[in-house]
Design a protein around this ligand. Structure first.
Ligand code: HEM
Length: 396
């Protein structure tokens, strides 16, 4: 049988779940034609994520490879490579352990609910609730505004930062064009200059923001300064497109499904719903790892340096783990999904993404009692990050 793994086909990017199912049935740990292993089974995915022999992929080396056709331009790519190397998500222990602990130490949950609520008010002050684009007018600005405020940056800059973030998010793509790499390079330089300026300002005028706490905590340069700056903009990127995905996919499924829409309108959405929506259609679909040594896991032998593509979205629909996996069961429990991955790199901002979505649901049901889809969803064509380009909805 021909391999069902065809991540480049548009139909699979728009709806990867049939491909995942075929792949799980065919070979849950599958060697792709391009050489990497593709994992679609829950237990194998979770075991690899929790196994210290699997390291985060060396994105920089990979990017270097991707740009071999453009060697004359390589000099300019080093800016991106350096930034990527500093991101906590691409670091391995012991550096990862130190950096993750450092970020968590600076993080302050106080006032987050008030920030989110204020941003929702500001968004609804300017849009027409009877017809608006969920993706561009609500789902994208809410997390961008929230991260801007949490970091302590001027709120009017959120759109600028959001645009830079959209260029940088391509660093997670499986395949990149030269044009994308060039735009990522420009975005990296702009991000770095922007955060440099505000970090200097926070050093002189401290406040309770995340950026201020990070730069003050690092006065003794425990983390090299350029690495800290890289992680400041990584936090913005990590908290933005993923949460937008949750808002888009979550609301889309709630409104599309008649029964759920009725519960939504009647304010009967269970508190467990966010977890189930994350499981059912996960915004982050793929993470990658590299085997640091030959090892056996889930009855499977991985060679040293094996590259592994872990399909979180597929693991979250594995019937071996979840009963009736293709159904949205809002009060599903237990629900140990992998939407935020697992192990040492498990998402650091899961609580924030969930708060944004839950407060939004609350606000929507308080303000309105009828929700309708006014258009078909237009998907962003990215298998790694599942989100919408546009979807018109109405709230009355
Ligand atoms: C629904 C929204 C979100 C989803 C689906 C999501 C998903 C993920 C996933 C799958 C990973 C693991 C990557 C890997 O193992 O290679 C991750 C890591 C991370 N996420 Fe999130 N994320 C979300 C929201 C956020 C938010 C709001 C923040 C806050 C800034 C954030 C910050 C991070 C950070 C810092 C890491 C790296 C952690 C580490 O490497 O130790 N994420 N996220």
């Amino acid at each position: 049988m021909e391999s069902p793994w065809k991540p480049y086909l548009k139909e699979n990017i728009l709806d990867p779940y049939p491909m995942y199912k075929a792949l799980r049935d065919y070979e849950p740990i599958h060697r792709a034609r391009t050489g990497e292993w593709v994992v679609t089974e829950y237990e194998a995915a979770r075991s690899i994520l929790k196994d210290s022999r699997f390291l985060v992929g060396n994105r920089a080396a990979w990017l270097e490879k991707a740009s071999t056709q453009h060697l004359d331009k390589w000099e300019s790519f080093s800016v991106i490579v350096d930034a990527l190397k500093s991101f906590v998500v691409f670091k391995n222990p012991p550096d990862h352990t130190l950096l993750r602990k450092f970020i968590m130490q600076a993080w302050n949950n106080r006032e987050v609910d008030a920030i989110i609520k204020g941003n929702i008010d500001a968004i609804f002050n300017t849009l027409d609730p009877t017809r608006f684009d969920l993706a561009t007018e609500l789902a994208a600005p809410l997390p961008a505004m929230t991260m801007t405020k949490i970091l302590g940056l001027p709120i009017e800059d959120y759109k600028y930062l959001e645009n830079l973030s959209h260029e940088m998010i391509h660093s997670l793509d499986l395949y990149l064009t030269f044009r994308q790499i060039e735009r990522m390079k420009n975005a990296t330089e702009e991000f770095a200059a922007y955060f440099e300026k505000f970090a200097a300002d926070k050093l002189k005028n401290p406040d309770d923001s995340l950026l201020s706490r990070l730069v003050h905590l690092n006065k003794d340069q425990q983390i090299p300064h350029h690495e800290l700056m890289g992680n400041c903009f990584f936090l913005f990127i990590a908290g933005e497109e993923t949460t937008a995905g949750l808002i888009e996919l979550g609301l889309y499924h709630l409104i599309l499904n008649e029964e759920l829409n009725k519960s939504f309108q009647e304010q009967k959405i269970p508190s467990l719903a966010t977890e189930e929506l994350l499981r059912f259609d996960s915004p982050a679909q793929i993470v990658v790892r590299i085997a640091s040594e030959e090892c056996e896991i889930a009855r499977h032998k991985f060679e040293k340096e094996a590259a592994v593509t872990i399909c979180l979205g597929a693991a979250n629909r594995d019937p071996g783990k979840f009963e009736r996996p293709d159904e949205l069961i809002l009060d599903r429990t237990p629900n140990h999904h992998l939407a935020f991955a697992s192990g040492i790199h498990r998402c650091l901002g899961d609580w924030l993404a969930k708060r944004e979505f839950e407060i939004l649901l609350d606000e929507l049901t308080t303000r309105f009692n009828r929700f309708e889809l006014l258009s078909q969803p237009v998907w962003k064509e990215n298998l790694n990050m599942r989100s919408l380009r546009s979807l018109y909805i109405s709230c009355r």
